[in-house]
Design a protein around this ligand. Structure first.
Ligand SMILES: *Cc1c(COP(=O)(O)O)cnc(C)c1O
Length: 420
């Protein structure tokens, strides 16, 4: 029996854990020599939302290979290297110009931890006792203690609840209730003497692919600006074209004070994250006094191989028709998902860019809905990598996925609606 302990996996259920040997484009493959192997599986969730251009994009692979020949790893406190510098320049060129500073870390969770620490450091430096973080109901920002603290409480973090810090939760802007959200936010900014508001723009991913309109995002941004509360945009999932634009925030015309990016930053090839900050946030830490520096690091901060992969990702965005691919995929998904709208067991159909989601058999039971594992097995038997959130089925493929593979995905979802 394997010694490997997998994430978000109940090993006691004895569910199969396939051994993946290689991947290409929108497909992953299990080894032909293994039991149950030799299968081609459609990666319909981009290997948990990270793979944007497809697996093993030649340019990203080449960039990492070339970088490995030169410099593998170097301490980043007090030292720098070309891939990190080039990536920062590239990000500055395509991200909102108000975000002038780039801080590296390793994952979406650490990008969020960094953002929260930057926000608190900002207020500390200004001599104002602001430390309350405002969060949106159903939000998800990662699985470290700080990231869990600002995320939705529930079965995922019940055991750790005593360690999580207090936040003020703003109700999700469900259709018809947007005004209540905005009023609650405006009130909390003042009453809580808030330091920052952290939010996933336009779509709450792990919370169930819950969408809300750009106008609400723009209004929330304006409320925080008026109150002087830092606005942290967690674009870890939504960034890099997922919602149809490079950043989801673009659709609302907003620029945050602090921006978190990870997942598609390297095209999904290797772990890397950035937290981009405004000049004001940087300035709060800029001083000749060493006690005011930004106290955060991890061993592999700005790993050169990861930075090289991200530089290649930027080149792909610049040189290849990525936006056209995204638009094409969005249209293809919208057509297929529209065919399911009238199915009697389907509710809540929604699409946003390359993301499509729906509920099978009504909602309400949450992540541990009994239907979830049955759906997972149903899709696995059909060689599809889909991982429903409870009875919310969503599709979020790499941008290179072909029409045949999409047909297979949607045919299986249709079948699941009939059969389960
Ligand atoms: C996935 C995700 C994270 C956490 O990223 P990890 O790399 O898994 O730590 C944070 N925020 C959002 C919105 C995410 O979707």
């Amino acid at each position: 029996m394997s010694a490997v302990w997998h994430p978000f996996t109940q090993h006691g259920l004895g569910e199969p854990i396939p051994l993946v040997t290689h991947a290409e484009g929108a497909a992953i493959f299990t080894g032909a020599d293994k039991v149950g192997g030799g299968r081609r599986i459609v990666d319909a969730i981009s290997s948990w939302w990270v793979t944007t251009h497809g697996h093993r994009h030649p340019r990203i692979v080449a960039a990492m290979r070339e970088q490995a020949e030169r410099l593998d790893q170097i301490i980043f406190a007090g030292w720098t290297h070309e891939p990190a510098e080039e990536l920062a320049r590239g990000l500055r060129a395509i991200m909102p110009e108000q975000l002038t500073r780039v801080f590296y870390s390793d994952s979406g969770s650490t990008a969020v931890e960094v953002a929260l620490k930057m926000a608190l450091g900002y207020w500390q430096a200004r001599g104002e006792a602001r430390h309350r973080i405002l969060v949106l109901e159903h939000g998800y920002h990662g699985d470290t203690i700080g990231a869990m603290s600002v995320g939705q409480r529930g079965v995922f973090n019940r055991a750790y609840a005593p360690l999580l810090f207090d936040v003020a939760t703003i109700p999700f802007p469900a259709a018809g209730h947007e005004q209540a959200t905005l009023e609650a936010l405006a009130r909390a900014c003042v009453d809580q003497h808030a330091a920052a508001f952290i939010v996933e723009p336009l779509v709450l991913g792990a919370g169930g692919m819950l969408t809300y309109p750009p106008a609400v995002l723009a209004a929330m941004r304006a409320i925080c600006a008026d109150a002087g509360v830092l606005f942290i945009s967690d674009e870890v999932m939504t960034g890099w074209g997922r919602t149809g634009t490079l950043l989801a925030g673009e659709q609302a015309g907003i620029v945050p004070d602090i921006l978190c990016l990870s997942k598609g930053l390297t095209g999904g090839a290797v772990p890397l994250a950035v937290t981009m900050a405004s000049e004001a946030v940087w300035d709060a830490h800029f001083d000749a006094d060493r006690t005011r520096m930004f106290f955060h690091s991890s061993s592999y901060t700005a790993n050169p191989l990861a930075c090289a992969a991200a530089v290649a990702n930027l080149a792909i965005w610049r040189d290849e028709p990525v936006r056209e691919r995204i638009a094409t995929l969005a249209t293809r998904q919208a057509v297929r998902v529209a065919a399911l709208v009238d199915h009697p067991r389907v509710t809540g159909v929604r699409t946003l860019g390359t993301i499509a989601a729906l509920e099978i058999g009504g909602g309400g039971d949450g992540y541990l809905a009994a239907l979830g594992p049955r759906l997972l097995a149903f899709f696995r038997e059909r060689d599809l990598l889909l991982r429903p959130l409870g009875n919310t089925v969503y599709v979020m493929p790499p941008y290179c996925i072909g029409e045949d593979d999409l047909d297979r995905v949607y045919a299986a979802i249709g079948e699941a609606c009939d059969a389960l």
